[in-house]
Structure formats: structure tokens, C-alpha cells
Unconditional design. Structure first.
Length: 276
């Protein structure tokens, strides 16, 4: 079983259409796949059709942006019903405000001498309501302000950098409830990416469990190999089920390609076992 349960398409901030992502996953040996665009289920039909035509098992997915303790946390919703109305309404409310935030990011960057970024970023997406920092990063690289998207985040768009504009996303309790009520399983995405103290991590995990959460990503393209081990230990300590996903966005972006991560440690319970 080569499961890759986290990646993005042009429906959010990926470079390839859902069917192209499916082909790439299949070419890399993925047998169980999920497309998890940010706050958006618009790619699910195309993803499922393409996956099944290629002989891959498909699980509908989404990655919800959450504000927890004033910081951004991502919650993957796995095997959700993509037509569930409360989930669709919640995602729409979560996306709402991306356009205004994009304008504010453009103004913040103009104030440090980098003009016209909002218009520039819009060239990388059709939908102003889906505009994300990734689109700004692609523009800033293309315009020569940075070497790579990770360089852009380190210098301009990361927390506390000149182009960072705070935003209120969904509440953790709401995101977990939307996912569970849509028949899905909430998974804390890439915990190693959050700049939390041990006390904050414990509070996040405890709240997540209290709301009914029981799974975290362990092996993800957003973790280093050291973090695979660190969050495998967290999964053991909390009794969490574990997930695996590349968080693939496009060629030359991110650490690993679809399907090419190491397997989960043998002693962990894969979150996908119940759907096989
Ligand atoms: P947003 O939802 O608009 O705040 O954008 C968040 C997106 O930016 C994430 O989903 C990633 O695709 C991307 N991102 C965040 N941090 C980094 C980073 N350090 N390097 C590259 N991409 C990043
Ligand atoms: Mn992204
Ligand atoms: Mn994420
Ligand atoms: Mn992601």
C-alpha cells in the first residue's frame, strides 16, 4: 500500500490540475490517493474519476485553514462526503476574506518597496477567493525578488515578515465538527511546521482529542526525517492514528514528490486502515 493522502491542485495553490496530479501520483506508485486542496472541494470529482480510471483507490479530502491560539493550524479532513452542505458552507466561509487579505498583502509589500504584487499573484490563480501566499511566492520568484518559494517565506511572507498579514480562519472545533459530520476523519496536518512550545502542543493535542480528533500526520513532505521520528513518538504517546502524505504542490516546490516518502513505522496504526 503506497498511500499519499495530502497534496494540492490548481483548485487551490498547486501547479497541476487534479487529473494531472492523479497521473503523477500513479506514475510514482501511489495506490491509495487523496487530493486535499485548501478550503475547497471543487477538484474532488475530477480527482476521483482520474484516480479510478488509473486503478488507484480514492479518498475525498480537504485541508482546512484553522486559527488556534492566534496561530494558523491546518486540519486535513479525510474521506469526507464532498457534497455535505454544512462542510461546503463552512469551507466557503473560511475562504471568504482571502481576496481582501490578498490586497492587504500587496499593500504591505508595496510599503517595503515591492509594488503590484496582488496583480502579480493573481496571474497564478483564476479565483481571487483562492488567492494564497503560495501565489504571491510564485510571483516574487518570477519577478526576481527571491530565489525560491521557501526563500520568499523566509524573507517576506512568513509569520512576522514584512508581507505577513494576519487572518482569522475557521475555529478548530468547527473544522473538526464539519469533517466528522461529513463522515470524515480529522487529521492534524504537519504538526512539525507549527512554532509551538511543548505546553502549546499539549494544549492543541488535548483540545483536538476533546473535540473527537484521533489522527496526526507523521510522515509528510512538510516534515524532516527527524520530525518523522518525533511525531511517530507523539502518535505513540497520545494513541493517535498516523497519516502519510507528500503535501505536493508542484515540480520543484517542496521536499518530496507524490508517493516517494518512506513508509509509516510498523507499530503505528495507519488512519486509512478502516477504509480498506
Ligand atoms: P495561506 O493559506 O495563503 O496562508 O498560504 C499557506 C501556503 O503557503 C501553504 O499551504 C503552503 O503551500 C505555503 N507555505 C507556507 N509556508 C511555506 C514555506 N516555508 N515554504 C514554502 N511554502 C510555504
Ligand atoms: Mn499550500
Ligand atoms: Mn498545510
Ligand atoms: Mn497542504
Amino acid at each position: 500500500m503506497n498511500a499519499d493522502l495530502h497534496c494540492h491542485s490548481t483548485v487551490s495553490d498547486g501547479q497541476f490540475a487534479p487529473a494531472e496530479v492523479a497521473e503523477r501520483a500513479h506514475a510514482n506508485g501511489v495506490t491509495l490517493w487523496s487530493l486535499t486542496d485548501h478550503d475547497q472541494l471543487g477538484g474532488q470529482k475530477e480527482a476521483r474519476t482520474a484516480a479510478e480510471a488509473l486503478g488507484m483507490r480514492y479518498l475525498p479530502g480537504v485541508e482546512i485553514s484553522v486559527t488556534w491560539a492566534s496561530r494558523t493550524v491546518h486540519i486535513v479532513g479525510m474521506n469526507v462526503d464532498p457534497e455535505n452542505e454544512a462542510l461546503l458552507a463552512g469551507l466557503e466561509a473560511t475562504r471568504n476574506g482571502r481576496a481582501a487579505r490578498g490586497v492587504a498583502i500587496g499593500e504591505a509589500l508595496a510599503a517595503v518597496g515591492i509594488p503590484d504584487c496582488y496583480q502579480g499573484a493573481l496571474r497564478f490563480t483564476d479565483d481571487p477567493d483562492m488567492i494564497s501566499r503560495t501565489h504571491f511566492a510564485r510571483y516574487l520568484v518570477e519577478a526576481g525578488y527571491a530565489q525560491s518559494t521557501s526563500d520568499v517565506f523566509a524573507r517576506y511572507l512568513g509569520d512576522g515578515k514584512p508581507g505577513f498579514v494576519g487572518h482569522r480562519w475557521a475555529k478548530l472545533a468547527d473544522a473538526v465538527k464539519w469533517i466528522k459530520d461529513a463522515g470524515g476523519e480529522p487529521i492534524i496536518a504537519h504538526p512539525g511546521r507549527y512554532d509551538f512550545t511543548p505546553v502549546e502542543f499539549a494544549a492543541l493535542f488535548d483540545e483536538f482529542i476533546q473535540f473527537g480528533g484521533r489522527a496526526i500526520e507523521v510522515v509528510t513532505g512538510s516534515h524532516t526525517p527527524d520530525q518523522y521520528r518525533e511525531y511517530a513518538d507523539v502518535a505513540r504517546r497520545y494513541g493517535f492514528e498516523a497519516s502519510r502524505g507528500s503535501d505536493f504542490h508542484g515540480a520543484g516546490e517542496g521536499r518530496v514528490d507524490l508517493g516517494l516518502l518512506p513508509p509509516l513505522p510498523d507499530d503505528l496504526t495507519p488512519v486509512w486502515e478502516r477504509w480498506l
